[in-house]
Structure formats: C-alpha cells, structure tokens
Write a protein that binds this ligand. Structure first.
Ligand SMILES: *[C@@H]1O[C@H](CO)[C@@H](O)[C@H](O)[C@H]1NC(C)=O
Length: 226
C-alpha cells in the first residue's frame, strides 16, 4: 500500500516536471506586417519602411516550424502583398520585396484595413497555442476612419496587435489599436532602423503575452468541437 502511494506521488511529481519543461511559452509566431502606404507617409518616406521590413525578414527565423511572415500595405484599400503561407523561406520573400513592394498612395483608412486583414490573414491558420497570430501595424498618420471596433475584433479573436507610429499619428490611436503595452511612438521613419533591432524581442513578448490571448472557455470548447 505504502509502495503504491509512493509510486503515485512520484508519478504526479514527474508529470508536473514534464508539463513545465516546454518553457515559458510559444517561441515562434505567425506575424503579419500591415504598413501605411498613404500620401501622409509619402513616397520619400517609403524606403525606410521597405528597409525595416527587409531587416525583419532577414533577422527572423522563417521556416516551416518557426516564424511565418505575411505582408500587406494599406491606404484607401488593403493591398495584400503576400500571405503567411506564400513563402517557406526568406530568400524568395526578400526577392519579392525588392522587385514588387512599391509605394501606393491614397488615404490612411486603417479601420478598413484592419477588418480586411482580419479576414484575409487570420481566419484560419496554424495551431494558435504554438504559433500565436501577431499583427504589426506601421502607421504614419491619423486614420480617416474608426479603428477601435476593428482592432477589438482582432484582439478578441486572439490576434496580438503591435502598433508602431511615426510622423503625425497620435499616441491615443496607437494605444487604441494595440494589445496591452505593445504600442511604440517613433519620432521619424528614420528611427525604424534602430527600432528594427528591438522588434525580435517585442515579437517574442507579444507571442507570450496572455492579454486577450485566451478566448473564454466556451469558445475553446466550441472551437475544439469544430
Ligand atoms: C530599443 O530598446 C532599448 C532598450 O529597451 C531602448 O532604450 C531604445 O530606446 C529602443 N530603441 C528604439 C528605437 O525604440
């Protein structure tokens, strides 16, 4: 009887240990960059944005079991550059950026872009516990439409939003869009160069943040049931 009890306790103990072994949380994520390509940003400020995206693609481990990256621009409409599943490695992605990623122009309709991005990039995907969905918004101006509801819908759906602002976008707008503390205000688009060095860590923290990331129990059950 005593032996059984000891075995039982030992079992519990080792199970607890193995449960904890995977570490503090997910290491990789599905990251979509949504960048302002409006007249407010302007064609002259587009190159630093392009460099920022190229740097991110170059510094993240982009592989089937690690990071996946998607890209979209916004002005009056959402312009999808590539889907999360489009490229399996960074080479072809960098090539696409070099050849096809150009400035659009128009009005900054971020609310519309958030709704479209939700539908286009986050309606189905990989296991979200292992690869949390993250949307990185680069905004240069006050949006010409409402953003709160669209951002809230994304966050409720488990998408963590990181907002990065340059030029004339307000702190309030960046806060209204972002998940928790993940909003950053830079002075100019040139600061994106230095900021790119911080982004990998920020993405890791966003992936592991629990704020708004766990849907209510019923939602999980109904998702599991299909
Ligand atoms: C990067 O992170 C460091 C340390 O947290 C901070 O001091 C610095 O201002 C950040 N750089 C930018 C450009 O945000």
């Amino acid at each position: 009887m005593k032996t059984l009890l000891i075995i039982f306790v030992l079992n519990l103990w080792t199970e607890t240990l193995t449960d904890q072994s995977p570490g503090p949380g997910p290491e990789y994520a599905d990251v979509v960059f949504l960048v302002d390509s409006s007249d407010h940003l302007g064609v002259k400020s587009f190159p630093p944005v392009k460099t920022f995206i190229s740097r991110m693609v170059s510094s993240l481990p982009i592989e089937a079991d690690k990071y996946r990256v998607g890209l979209a621009q916004y002005s009056d409409e959402l312009h999808a550059e590539f889907q999360l599943s489009a490229f399996r490695s960074r080479g072809p992605m960098l090539n696409h950026l070099k050849k096809n990623f150009g400035f659009l122009g128009g009005s900054p309709r971020l609310g519309n872009a958030l709704r479209e991005a939700h539908r286009t990039y986050f309606s189905n995907g990989r296991d979200r516990k292992q690869f949390p969905p993250i949307l990185v918004v680069l905004a240069s101006a006050e949006p010409e439409d409402a953003v709160e509801e669209a951002a809230e819908a994304l966050r409720k759906d488990g998408v963590r939003i990181v907002s990065v602002g340059t030029q004339s976008v307000s702190e309030e707008t960046l806060k209204a869009v972002a998940t928790a503390q993940f909003h950053y205000r830079l002075r100019t688009v040139r600061d994106l160069g230095a900021f790119s060095l911080n982004m990998t860590q920020i993405l890791k923290e966003a992936a592991q943040s629990t704020e708004g990331a766990n849907p209510p129990a019923e939602a999980q059950v109904s998702r599991a049931l299909g």
